[in-house]
Design a protein around this ligand. Structure first.
Ligand SMILES: [Zn+2]
Length: 1022
């Protein structure tokens, strides 16, 4: 599955409004459309509490310090929050550990007796509660395996004891084959199903437990006898009592008939809709099963290790087509209106990869080495499918060769679904996408094509990594996602070098380092049991850290050996399930190196975080040491101690001034211990470790080492690769956050930027500085905000002003231009806003026909929406646009407004889901949060609407993680920390336990600490 890692990947769906295509978009007069959002303040029901406190300083960041008493402004703001938060009880948070009483006097005998009595009572009550059969006490399942506990079972829906006590299914039977018949009714939005599951008896048993959720089972038959079904809803399990005990080695067939509603929540078998060219609402039904949705579409053993074959039949109305994983075998006409499509028997596969669709899509196809590749979309967008077809075909050929195993199916469908929550899903043979990640309009820009190519490359890699070989359990999800992410970059570098994907891969690795430096991070391979924990595995660690450590291993083994090991692994385990160790064993087998791949890689997958390598040099002797790079909150000493003994087997690479650019210059050293030494030739002027940032660690060079490197950059920056320059910038900012170097050193290094022209280092510096700017802006420390802005303009202003606004640049030049200008216009640099404004006005005057370079659309539209009429005009254009990549840029601009009414309306509209689809809420909130005071409104919105948000998005899922992170990561005051703690604490099981909540609080604490440590220094240095 492709989650969303950044703005470019949080993607829109098509509109579902009937009114959308009331008239042809080409003839809409954008300027004359009436507003559709409530400009009248009376219409805005929602009134964020935070906003009442914020009257000053809105959009007023340009003032010089002499012009405004910023200190008093900031104090006013702080006081307001203090007043507001004073009602919060300081100790109320469940996240604050309650210290035991520090000291007490000796208790009297009476006190002891009473105390013992109370303890006995408490213990008894606890025992009673524990043995109550509702099973809400642990995530591991109700009870540990012991004779007393086994007698305690949950209560099923019918009131009888449910014969299973764990979230994971028992291993007493194994599914071998499913025969599934599905009949959706797209008028009543319901479906009927019948599944016959052949199971093999692994241990003598008289019961079968499997998954089923949100369905009504009308009949259950085993060996021609009707049997009883028990259901335990909290764990989405059903139990079938077999008519007699079945002996090990036998098999039997379970047949279940059922009915259910098509889901409204983007998972299971769900309904989707769009408006056709005549404004008529069209409906369709599609599936999204990963991770836990298959059980909502048919009763099944819904765990990845229960692989089986599937034969699927779908009944459909004559006006629709149906698609499934396998090619269609035949179609039977049941009545004039109803047809039944039967698909070929599938390969053995996990339930989460099963898929089917009933829709009125059209397609284009192409034969690639015996596989028919097709791209499907709604008929209105059939002119946007060709890029995906060509790209999919090329990548399929690449993977067929790279993995030395031919894609095993005769067909491969890529389908754009109008409503889709994830980025894409790798269902075997039937990959589903958001429209934005598959369709390319004729005016699209190369960055849109880059995104589509990346997502296709990711999903195609899954056809081997994930589908052919699957992880045993979700704890090793990274085997799927880390690998697919790694392959999405490496395949594109080879097949589409013009897309210049290297910079994206590099910044992805920087992002993974930042996430993994928090104490709330987790090991790549983590314990996972509850559904929320399964959802939470779809995060930056599984995808991005997973991909990063594979790159590191590749750079150690050599590309050739790495590929050989991967082929060995796929061949050995095809159609099976694996764990971490299986991949490492295969790679060890082919590795020429003397050290053990498994031992080395275990240190990267079984413990969280990554190392900081400190280098100190004395002549030709270099001392090395490693420690956990953990951003510590000083007041929280327990975490630091518990992590201090972690060690990694670090494949340290380095280059020096005599040879620093070619991979042949790279030297390698494995640092396994806490410390190590290295001898270098005399006369070496400087050393740069972590060549091209291929390793997953950060390096501190000490005062002298940094001085030497800064000297090298100043003298001739091209003595280092652009990846190495970006790496130095990233590392020095990270070290300053850790308190290892002062911010003064950071600024010293950045001085070299006046000669920098490459995208990667410039964008890394810009993004780090912008992050600090945003934090200061959110504190309304306007004095520092103004200085910071002056600093950024001092270093980047000329570059910003020199950007051209026309087409014709390379991908990386466009990426740089787009970042520079987005920031310049956002900071209200006049050169930028004047130009953007005039382009926007021309665009409006031409009724949207005037072409704007795709990478500049966001910037131009964002400037355009700063006036009320501009915002309304763009909202109209958003409603009418047929090109999803473009719509998404418009939505981004709409959310960049600083108008409070518009902000509030947009958040409400996104949650409600008609004009702005609900799947866009994470994007809307994260964009609103970038600006002041939007982030305060967004935070209040989150609190007021948590219940509804939690209903729309699975608990712990990537959209949920994104919403929590974006609404909290810019707080840097104790008052906000208390408020965030208090709010999430009050949610209890409805959210307080989420990892992203822990991360949010840790981030705020670190922000507070950073401010305490750096604010004064910034005032002096900036
Ligand atoms: Zn994936």
């Amino acid at each position: 599955m492709e989650s969303f890692q950044n703005d470019r990947a949080s993607l829109p769906r098509n509109m579902i409004e009937n009114s959308m295509f009331e008239e042809e978009p080409d003839v809409v007069d954008l300027a004359k459309e009436t507003p559709v959002y409530p400009l009248d303040p009376e219409d805005v029901v929602y009134e964020p509490r935070s906003s009442r406190l914020l009257v000053r300083g809105l959009g007023e960041n340009d003032l010089d310090e002499e012009e405004e008493d910023y200190e008093s402004s900031a104090r006013l703001l702080g006081m307001s929050f203090m007043n507001r938060s004073s009602s919060l009880r300081a100790n109320a948070s469940p996240y604050t550990r309650q210290e035991p009483p520090g000291s007490c006097s000796m208790p009297s005998a009476w006190t002891v007796v009473v105390g013992v009595f109370i303890l006995v009572v408490i213990a008894s009550v606890a025992m009673v509660i524990y043995f109550l059969p509702r099973c809400t006490f642990t995530k591991e399942g109700c009870h540990k395996v012991n004779t007393t506990m086994e007698l305690i079972y949950p209560i099923s829906t019918s009131g009888e004891l449910f014969p299973w006590t764990k979230l994971r299914l028992p291993g007493n039977v194994r599914p071998v084959h499913y025969d599934l018949l599905i009949y959706p009714n797209l008028t009543s939005m319901t479906f009927e199903g019948k599944v016959s599951i052949t199971v093999e008896i692994v241990d003598d048993t008289s019961k079968v437990v499997l998954h089923a959720s949100d369905m009504k089972i009308t009949k259950a038959i085993v060996q021609d006898k009707e049997v009883k079904i028990l259901e335990y809803k909290p764990w989405q399990q059903i139990a079938i009592k077999l008519p007699q005990e079945f002996k090990k080695g036998k098999s039997c067939v379970l047949t279940l008939e059922y009915s259910a509603n098509l889901s409204n929540s983007y998972d299971g078998f769900y309904n989707s809709s769009y408006s056709d060219n005549n404004g008529v609402r069209r409906v369709l039904a599609a599936t999204q099963f990963e991770p836990l949705g298959a059980r909502k579409a048919f009763p099944c053993f819904d765990e990845p290790a229960f692989k089986a074959t599937f034969r699927i039949k779908i009944k459909r109305n004559a006006s629709y087509i149906s698609l499934s994983n396998m090619p269609k075998n035949n179609t039977i006409k049941l009545t004039d209106e109803i047809f039944q499509d039967e698909f070929e028997n599938s390969l053995t596969m996990s339930t989460y990869l099963v898929a089917f669709i009933v829709a009125n899509f059209t397609s284009v196809s192409k034969n690639v080495s015996g596989t028919l590749v097709s791209v499907y979309a709604v008929p209105e967008k059939k002119d946007q499918v060709n890029y995906a077809l060509e790209t999919g075909a090329k990548l399929l050929e690449f993977y067929n060769t790279f993995f030395s195993i031919k894609y095993p199916l005769r067909k491969l469908d890529l389908v754009a679904i109008p409503d889709f929550l994830a980025g894409a899903m790798e269902n075997w043979g039937l990959i589903t996408f958001r429209e934005t990640t598959l369709l390319i309009g004729k005016n699209s820009c190369i960055l849109d094509r880059q995104l589509v190519t990346m997502v296709i490359a990711h999903e195609l890699a899954h056809q081997w990594f994930g589908n052919l070989v699957t992880m045993k359990w979700w704890n090793d999800l990274w085997l799927n996602e880390g690998f697919a992410t790694y392959m999405q970059y490496t395949s594109i570098m080879k097949v589409f070098p013009d897309l210049e994907i290297g910079n994206d891969f590099l910044s992805m690795r920087f992002k993974a380092l930042a996430k993994d430096s928090l104490n709330s991070s987790h090991s790549i391979s983590s314990t996972v049991t509850s559904p929320e924990q399964v959802e939470e595995m779809f995060d930056s660690i599984s995808y991005e850290k997973g991909a990063s450590i594979l790159l590191m291993l590749n750079s150690v083994l050599s590309e050739e050996q790495f590929q050989k090991g991967v082929i060995e692994y796929l061949n050995k385990y095809k159609n099976k399930n694996t764990g971490n160790e299986d991949l490492w064993n295969s790679l060890s087998k082919v590795a020429k190196q003397t050290y053990n791949v498994t031992t080395m890689m275990d240190t990267w997958t079984l413990q969280k975080g990554f190392p900081l390598v400190t280098v100190s040099r004395n002549g030709s002797r270099v001392k090395l040491s490693q420690e956990h790079f953990l951003q510590k909150v000083d007041s929280d000493s327990s975490t630091a101690k518990s992590m201090s003994n972690n060690l990694w087997h670090i494949p340290l690479t380095y280059v020096n001034d005599s040879c620093s650019l070619s991979p042949a210059c790279k030297q390698l050293l494995l640092l396994k211990e806490k410390t190590g030494t290295l001898d270098i030739p005399k006369g070496v002027k400087w050393l740069k470790f972590n060549f091209r940032n291929d390793g997953f660690y950060i390096v501190h060079y000490g005062e002298e080492g940094w001085k030497d490197l800064i000297g090298a950059l100043t003298k001739n920056l091209t003595d280092l690769t652009h990846e190495d320059r970006a790496c130095l910038i990233n590392n020095i900012f990270a070290l300053s956050r850790l308190g290892k170097v002062s911010f003064r050193h950071v600024l010293n290094l950045l001085e070299y930027l006046e000669n920098e022209t490459e995208t990667a280092p410039l964008m890394e510096a810009l993004s780090q500085l912008n992050h600090i700017y945003r934090l200061l802006e959110k504190r309304q420390d306007l004095n520092l905000v103004a200085r910071m802005k002056r600093y950024i303009f001092g270093h980047f202003g000329e570059l910003m002003d020199n950007q051209v606004w026309e087409e014709g640049l390379s991908v990386s030049q466009k990426q740089l231009r787009s970042s520079l200008l987005e920031l310049a216009c956002n900071y209200r640099r006049q050169n930028c806003t004047d130009k953007a404004k005039s382009i926007f006005e021309n665009w409006v005057a031409s009724n949207g026909k005037q072409r704007i370079a795709g990478d500049l659309m966001k910037t131009v539209f964002s400037v355009g929406t700063q006036t009320e009429s501009g915002w309304v005009t763009l909202l109209q254009a958003y409603k009418y646009s047929k090109v999803d990549a473009e719509k998404r840029k418009m939505l981004h601009a709409l959310a960049s407004t600083q108008d409070i009414l518009q902000i509030v309306w947009l958040m409400k509209a996104s949650l409600e889901g008609s004009i702005v689809p609900t799947q866009e809420l994470p994007l809307v909130l994260s964009t609103i949060c970038k600006n002041f005071p939007g982030h305060l409104y967004a935070w209040d919105f989150l609190k007021e609407n948590w219940g509804e948000i939690a209903q729309r998005f699975p608990m712990g899922s990537f959209p949920m993680q994104s919403i929590i992170t974006s609404t909290t990561y810019q707080f840097s005051s104790k008052m906000h920390l208390l408020e965030v703690q208090d709010f999430f604490g009050s949610l209890k099981e409805r959210g307080s336990q989420l990892r992203s909540v822990q991360e949010a609080m840790e981030t705020i604490k670190l922000n507070i600490q950073w401010m305490d440590n750096n604010l004064e220094a910034l005032r002096v240095w900036l």
